[in-house]
Design a binder for this molecule. Structure first.
Ligand code: ADP
Ligand code: MG
Length: 321
């Protein structure tokens, strides 16, 4: 992962109050909700308060590698972010078992299971992506953009916006979840381009860019918005090559005129124009709300510097009419 920042120094789990953490025995497990990259997600109930929660189990690699770096980053970011459209990390709990610390200098090494406790949400957006009403779509899009705008002003890129990572509860309330690929960013940074699920991945990452910004998340939002309208994925590529071809078929072929600097991207020389090379994105949305289509069109601009920001998207005509 070229350019990824290393976790600062040795892992200091004390920072996450593990020493005083409650154990998972404080929860009654109800059912398994999902299979995470680093472990499973369960619906559970706090035995004392009766409150429902989602428990994300963190798989530790026998303590060999220590605490997974991504999980550490996820916890750090979630602790920092506080917004109604971002999932709330309530606490961290540990499995009962041997007390943490095995003596010696490695005092912060915990060898049992660790769980992230989140507020419980009814389901993810993937479930309703292909059958939502226009007013629901508008409400979901507004909340998604509000949450994302908050991330971006706080210099956080989510880097995995897709239906399965957007959670819905209490009648249409949306929260952005799964900060497992998220990271803080700076304008002149260099980051890995192996992020974002293929169908929602923007052209700059597919072309190998390592200096990218908020616009990567906006592309994913545009793909989701389009999917709401079409009731099927917009760019369901099977390989990175096919993903780029599908994008170019609708958005036109990138060149120095419509995207200055594109020819310098590492993989630009590997791509070939498809016919027609002209942008025809709007053609497939002829029968939809013109304000919705106009906004999708501005989210799915090839050149990331011209792509609309979350803030500007929120004041688009689509949200006013
Ligand atoms: P991963 O990084 O492995 O994708 P996620 O945080 O996305 O882990 O969780 C996996 C799945 O579990 C989600 O797609 C969602 O369906 C479900 N899930 C996660 N958190 C919650 C929650 N707080 N409430 C309800 N379901 C959740
Ligand atoms: Mg996920």
């Amino acid at each position: 992962m070229a350019g990824e920042e290393a976790p600062p120094g040795a892992l200091n789990l004390a920072e996450y109050a593990l020493a005083g953490a409650r154990t998972v025995d404080c929860f009654r497990r109800i059912r398994k909700i999902g299979e995470g990259t680093y472990g499973e997600v369960f619906e559970a109930m706090d035995i004392i308060t009766g409150e429902r929660a989602a428990l994300k189990k963190i798989k530790l690699d026998d303590g060999k590698e220590g605490f997974p770096r991504q999980i550490l980053r996820e916890i750090k970011l979630l602790k920092k972010l506080d917004h109604e459209n971002i999932i709330r990390l309530k606490e961290i709990v540990v499995s009962p078992g041997p007390a943490h610390g095995t003596g010696g200098s490695d005092d912060h090494m915990y060898r049992g299971d660790i769980y992230m406790v989140f507020e419980y949400m009814d389901h993810d957006l993937k479930k309703v992506l292909h059958h939502s009403t226009p007013s629901q779509v508008k409400f979901y899009m507004k909340q998604l953009l509000e949450g994302l705008h908050y991330c971006h002003v706080n210099n956080v890129l989510h880097r995995d916006i897709k239906g399965a990572n957007l959670l819905i509860s209490g009648g249409n309330l949306l929260k952005i979840a799964d900060f497992g690929l998220a990271r803080p960013f700076t304008r002149d940074g260099s980051f890995t381009n192996h992020v974002i699920t293929l169908w929602y991945r923007p052209p700059e990452l597919l072309l190998g860019a390592t200096n990218y910004a908020e616009a990567v998340d906006i592309w994913s939002v545009g793909c989701i918005f389009a999917e709401f309208l079409l009731r099927k994925p917009l760019f369901p590529g099977r390989t990175e090559q096919e993903q780029l071809s599908k994008i170019f078929e609708l958005c036109g072929f990138p060149n120095e005129e419509n995207w200055p600097g594109v020819s310098k991207l590492p993989l630009y020389k590997t791509i070939h124009p498809v016919t027609p090379t002209k942008r025809r994105l709007r053609d497939i949305f002829q029968n939809f709300d013109c304000h919705a289509v106009e906004l999708i069109d501005r989210m799915l601009i090839l050149n990331p510097t011209q792509r609309i920001s979350a803030q500007d998207a929120l004041s688009a005509a689509y949200f006013i009419h």
